[in-house]
Design a protein around this ligand. Structure first.
Ligand SMILES: Cc1cc2nc3c(=O)[nH]c(=O)nc-3n(C[C@H](O)[C@H](O)[C@H](O)COP(=O)(O)OP(=O)(O)OC[C@H]3O[C@@H](n4cnc5c(N)ncnc54)[C@H](O)[C@@H]3O)c2cc1C
Length: 361
């Protein structure tokens, strides 16, 4: 079993956790990131297909997001614009489809040729080799005498500061905090929705982007589902060729099957959609390390960036840092980075104060 002392322990190797770790390491501090899954990235997940990668979590970034923009530039990650050219399809009910002039769903956004998961992979590669511990779930956080003891499925760590880089409601459902968190803050954290945590995202990969040959953008809006909003997810120059959709499901509904996804694509884009190379149906509601069991009941988005999330808790030693806690672009990857930056600034102030204390090392 592990037992180690570090300056800062970060719970979660998603965008916010790894961004915080990189900033702290750059400032010369000893950091460990504990990650429950077998991979880094959290809601950034880009499996390899055919000729590239597709995104089962986040897909887009936007021009007004400086943190993600500068990471992409400094890492030299190739980018390309989301494909929006062509007409869109509309499905008023399951029996009918219509072609509409132009693409009203075509908002300008940037994409990464290597998939969005390459962002956490780049950050991970910048960290010292033993900094990220995978396959390890944090189960308890206990603060006593200005020191935090973190319990996990692989032993305990002690740290001067801890960053909770997971959705607050998920942390409340899986981690025991001691002493108990203030009632108001605990209630706020429990009530905070997980951004896109109630979403099912489906991606179908084809041998080529046949819809573009028909002058279609690969986008659609549907009142019947299972997918409600559909977009082209092809890579640069249409390869790998793919279409994705967000499903809009009633609370508690089963995960749509691959056959249901393909049948809807055939109704919208014709018979050539009947033979995808691969179909992914990613149900984020069922991901134990993204969404708490009641995720579909959490709907108050006004909790995002709440002032209480900007303050450390448990004696000023434990800091929130997921995208939900950000006052800037909450929900986006940019928000995850901004939340991490805020937590790191508070930690640097703490560590500086600790080290200035007479007798401190
Ligand atoms: C379908 C979908 C589409 C999206 N589209 C976009 C988009 O186009 N653009 C955009 O900007 N954003 C988008 N987002 C949102 C974006 O993915 C998130 O804002 C961002 O990835 C959140 O990062 P995070 O670090 O805050 O949280 P997470 O990515 O959730 O990271 C939390 C990490 O903590 C780990 N963890 C959880 N509990 C524990 C525990 N007890 N112990 C140890 N580890 C734990 C998890 O495994 C995970 O790795 C989308 C999200 C989804 C799901």
């Amino acid at each position: 079993m592990n037992s180690r002392d570090v300056d800062v322990l970060i719970i979660g190797a998603g965008a916010s956790g790894l961004y915080a770790a990189a900033l702290l390491q750059d400032s010369g501090y000893d950091v460990v990131v504990i990650e429950a899954r077998h991979r880094v990235g959290g809601r950034l997940l880009s499996p390899t297909v055919d000729t590239g990668r597709v995104d089962l979590g986040a897909t887009w970034y936007w021009a007004n997001e400086p943190r993600i923009g500068s990471l992409i530039t400094s890492a030299g990650l190739p980018t390309f614009p989301q494909h929006t050219v062509g007409d869109m399809m509309f499905q008023p009910d399951s029996a009918n489809t219509q072609r509409l002039d132009g693409n009203q769903l075509g908002t300008p956004a940037g994409r990464l040729a290597s998939g969005m998961q390459s962002l956490p992979e780049v950050l991970n590669a910048q960290l010292a080799s033993d900094s990220v511990v995978l396959d390890t779930e944090v189960t308890s956080v206990r603060v006593a005498n200005n020191l935090v003891t973190v319990g996990s499925t692989a032993g305990t760590w002690t740290a001067q500061n801890v960053v909770v880089a997971t959705p607050p409601s998920l942390a409340m459902s899986r981690i025991t905090f001691e002493p108990a968190i203030d009632d108001l803050v605990a209630g706020l954290a429990r009530a905070t929705p997980v951004w896109m945590g109630s979403t099912v995202k489906a991606v179908a990969v084809f041998d080529h982007a046949f819809w573009r040959e028909d002058g279609l953008a690969g986008s659609a809006y549907s009142y019947s589902g299972p997918m409600r909003e559909i977009h082209d997810m092809s890579g640069p120059d249409g390869s790998p060729a793919a279409i994705f959709g967000f499903c809009g499901l009633p609370v508690g509904a089963d995960t749509p099957t691959e056959d249901e996804i393909v049948a809807q694509l055939v109704a919208l884009f014709g018979e050539r959609a009947a033979t995808p190379i691969e179909v992914f149906v990613m149900d984020w509601r069922r991901e134990a390390f993204t969404s708490p069991p009641n995720v579909e009941q959490l709907t108050n988005y006004q909790t995002y960036g709440h002032p209480d999330f900007q303050k450390p808790f448990l004696g000023g030693r434990v800091h929130w840092a997921s995208t939900e806690t950000s006052t800037i672009a909450p929900g986006h990857i940019e928000g995850a980075f901004a939340a991490a930056e805020r937590a790191v600034n508070a930690i640097l102030a703490n560590l500086h104060a600790d080290n200035s204390t007479p007798g401190a090392p």
